[in-house]
Design a binder for this molecule. Structure first.
Ligand SMILES: Nc1ncnc2c1ncn2[C@@H]1O[C@H](COP(=O)(O)OP(=O)(O)O)[C@@H](O)[C@H]1O
Ligand SMILES: [Mg+2]
Length: 445
């Protein structure tokens, strides 16, 4: 091949190499050009490992590899061994005129007579070698050395570029990952801080309410007791009507106080082992006749629910409150769905709870309606005592605060999700009951 043709091939090679996307493609492209266009009868390319101790065959063309790109049995050569190993170790090209005279020759599948090998160098470090053999002795001279050295220089430069591109891609990926992590952490932190603030606010109100309710409860007990005592002496019809009004009012007062005490977590709870499915089913049976026909009541109860240790009366009370809120939110009718399930709670989900919970498994009961939904700016006040959007006389605004207090006292929590005009879902989280195996045997489920 004449010099001009070789130059043209090398020029085309330089242009093509620009668009080659990967190291693998690059080696094959080089091998394909060395054999054929550049006039060599075979070409084997080896890549060095990171440690610079071993070469591995990565591309081979010609008689050495008739299987195209799949190398069936890639050769591995330690640095220093054979011609390729020596070139890898010294970083200097080598031409061997007669391999029969060489003790160092490592014969491949086809024994050859002459061999030329040039290193691939990046910043003075050997990253591989390009090797070619010939069946005749003395086949390689300065011209072949110049061609292969030029090819090796272009290949090395491209390898360096590809490595740099890979590194910057990796840096970009690392950066993107840490950015995502950071923004998630910031968002979580903000959500938790506002939760903490809300929890502190409720705690402060709870302490105030608790003291007040406690004292007032004592007063109410005296009032109710005396009203009962008077009942025997009041004989006139008017007198009895007034007494009945007073007793009704005292009874309402007592109910208010009970809810306030529940909110401030001062209810005396009597926890017992219970199956939330059973409680839910009972509450639904009682609630169904009280709901208008426009509301459809549906349920799905998990069949793998753990037991809980709860005050059953208060749990029923909480569920009834949720159901009556749902009913109020669906004056035009809708679907009221109640379900139970096991939920695995993790730290990052604390943002969705009114008060945070330790990660772990919880038994959950959810009440979902397809009613008005709750405006986002109302959510922070929802559990405040006396917060109500209902007309005077219809809502005391203690239902949700009672539920929250009760759930906290039961070492659980509450979550709300709501979409305006689509509906709301309230979920009660109960911790799994800690029970001994023997206890389980005595429970009648
Ligand atoms: N399921 C619901 N859908 C829409 N709004 C609700 C729902 N549950 C509660 N709310 C809102 O939260 C407020 C407080 O509820 P609650 O504490 O039970 O008090 P009350 O029912 O006496 O108003 C309600 O007045 C209502 O605005
Ligand atoms: Mg209510």
């Amino acid at each position: 091949m004449n010099e001009a043709a070789i130059l043209r091939t090398l020029n085309a090679f330089a242009v093509d190499v620009i668009t080659i996307p990967s190291v693998d493609d690059l080696f094959w492209y080089v091998a394909q050009n060395v054999v054929g266009p550049l006039g060599f009868v075979d070409c084997v390319i080896y890549q060095a490992n990171e440690a610079g101790t071993n070469l591995a065959q990565v591309a081979a063309l010609g008689e050495k590899n008739p299987y195209d790109r799949s190398i069936l049995n890639p050769l591995h050569i330690p640095f220093g061994q054979g011609i390729t190993g020596q070139v890898a170790q010294s970083g200097k090209p080598m031409i061997v005129d007669d391999l029969l005279q060489q003790r160092n020759y490592i014969p491949d599948m086809q024994p050859a007579r002459s061999e030329i090998c040039v290193p691939l160098l990046i910043k003075g470090r050997v990253v591989g070698v390009i090797d070619s053999e010939h069946p005749d002795s003395g086949a390689f001279g300065q011209a072949e050395l110049d061609i292969l050295t030029t090819v090796a220089a272009m290949t090395s430069a491209k390898l360096e570029l590809l490595a740099e591109a890979e590194r910057s891609h990796q840096r970009y990926l690392d950066l993107a990952t840490s950015h995502v992590q950071l923004s998630q952490e910031t968002a979580n932190r903000r959500a938790l801080e506002s939760k903490l603030f809300a929890a502190r606010k409720l705690e402060a109100i709870g302490r105030l309410t608790g003291r007040f309710a406690h004292d007032f409860n004592n007063l109410l007990t005296v009032i109710s007791g005396n009203l009962e005592f008077l009942a025997a002496d009041v004989t006139s019809a008017d007198g009895q009507a007034s007494l009945a009004d007073a007793q009704t009012a005292a009874g309402r007062g007592a109910k208010l106080i009970r809810d306030m005490l529940a909110f401030s977590q001062r209810t005396r709870l009597a926890p017992e082992l219970a199956d939330l499915n059973e409680i839910a089913a009972n509450v639904m049976t009682h609630a169904a006749p009280t709901l208008p026909a426009s509301i459809t009541l549906t349920k799905s109860l998990s069949d793998s629910l753990a037991l809980v240790a709860v005050d059953i009366r208060e749990t029923v009370n909480a569920l009834r409150n949720l159901i009556s809120n749902a009913r109020d939110a669906m004056s035009g009718g809708g679907i009221l769905h109640i379900w139970t399930e096991m939920v695995t709670h993790s730290w990052h989900e604390n943002a969705s709870l009114v008060t945070p919970l330790a990660p772990g498994a919880y038994v959950c009961i959810s009440v979902q309606d397809s009613g008005t939904g709750i405006p986002e700016d109302s959510l922070p006040q929802l559990f405040d005592p006396f917060y109500t959007t209902k007309p005077v006389g219809q809502g005391a605004g203690l239902g949700l605060s009672m539920i929250l207090g009760f759930m906290q006292q039961s070492r659980g929590s509450v979550s709300v999700t709501s979409k305006l005009h689509e509906g709301s879902r309230f979920r009660l989280y109960f911790p799994i009951a800690q029970i001994e195996k023997n206890d389980l045997l005595t429970i009648d489920r």
